[in-house]
Write a protein that binds this ligand. Sequence first.
Ligand code: PRP
Ligand code: GUN
Ligand code: MG
Length: 181
Amino acid sequence: MKENVIKLHDKKFKVMIPAAKIEEAVAAVAAKINEDYREKRNPLFLGVLNGSFMFMSDLLKKIDFNCEISFVKLSSYCGTSSSGDVKCLIGLGNNIEGRDVIIVEDIVDTGASIEHMVEELKTKKPASIRVCTLFFKPKAYQRQIPIDYPAMHIGNEFIVGYGLDYDQLGRNYKDVYVVTE
Ligand SMILES: O=P(O)(O)OC[C@H]1O[C@H](OP(=O)(O)OP(=O)(O)O)[C@H](O)[C@@H]1O
Ligand SMILES: Nc1nc2[nH]cnc2c(=O)[nH]1
Ligand SMILES: [Mg+2]
């Protein structure tokens, strides 16, 4: 039987968005991207690990034009700095000069991560960069980078599941959960 409540570390979480709703939102956002990119030449979908792995898989199964798929990660610090805010893009093996790039995130919250991503990718001269995210928290978002394809808007609650973690646990669940206490 499906678990409606899960315990991760010290907290309990209850289902907030069932898998069927996520599936609908993924299909809707994929349809928009299919419409917008059909005429482009081999766009590159760039998933941001770890959170985006499940969304990337489900989204890309619904993309119906030729495209490339790759993953990058944002390290929590850059070089010798251990300041929490200095993030650095790692793992970009592709030459993205002149390419149409679609960044795929699980969630855009404050926007700090996506801003780092976009600013760093811009220096590599892509033809275009757009942002697709499964979840977008408009009330928390504090940056200017346009969020072109938000699949779902949510409030400021902390969510887990479908790739999203609470201290590394919970990423494997197909529903999305919110903390109960
Ligand atoms: O908009 P922000 O406030 O920057 O938050 C969003 C980012 O935070 C999470 O990643 P995290 O760095 O926790 O790593 P993870 O993907 O491995 O969970 C999430 O996957 C986004 O990348
Ligand atoms: N798991 C998880 N990670 C996040 N990173 C930024 N916002 C969130 C959130 O709501 N849940
Ligand atoms: Mg992430």
